[in-house]
Design a protein around this ligand. Sequence first.
Ligand SMILES: C[S@@+](CC[C@H](N)C(=O)[O-])C[C@H]1O[C@@H](n2cnc3c(N)ncnc32)[C@H](O)[C@@H]1O
Length: 209
Amino acid sequence: MKNELVAEKIFNNIYAAVNGTEISTTERQKLNLRNSSLTYGEINFEAMQAIVSALGETAGKNFYDLGAGTGKAVILAALLANFKKTVGIELLPALYQAAEVARKKLVLQMAQEPRDQTAVNKTTAEVLFIRDNIFWADFSEADVVLVSTTCFDERMMEMLKRRLTMLRPGSLVITVSQSLHSGYYDIIGRFKINLKWGEATVFIHKKIY
Ligand SMILES: C[S@@+](CC[C@H](N)C(=O)[O-])C[C@H]1O[C@@H](n2cnc3c(N)ncnc32)[C@H](O)[C@@H]1O
């Protein structure tokens, strides 16, 4: 884990004027999308700290957030851990665009950090956002996947489980709210986090074959 105070300062600067809920609501109204799986909710600094702490060694690994919203988890994964690459896949164009703005701000923030602080928090990860559907996109290079399953119905959980068979054995899948019931995955950890809308359970799954 890197210097958390520096990471939090950078994170707060990047997202000071970003309201993901508002962006998502406006976009869904504009595109006339009523699907409850598009309901917005986001990770916060403390929750992501707890998730990163539970991951073990992250150096050289690829992190993917499936349904990345404004990109908070992807930016925090880059700031708090040592991933080689952190990637967010998001369906809604306006949220994807907000994530891209955040990515550019991260690059600027990194360039502005005093040399000593940059040394501990240098984000060497390649940070990338992709506008795509998580049920079509190829994320087979991921070693760690985060997906908020809070608003997924049974059909979507089944589709997700099928998509997650593309990962290599040993890969970790972190779900928020609902766990995977899959023969390919063992649950190796679980804990509670506090999100804006209430308490949620985080499940850590490991792909066994
Ligand atoms: C609960 S939010 C989580 C946002 C982010 N992962 C975080 O924790 O801050 C779920 C996100 O998934 C997106 N989403 C839902 N279905 C999707 C799909 N099929 N493909 C890509 N993104 C999707 C929604 O638009 C929303 O931004």
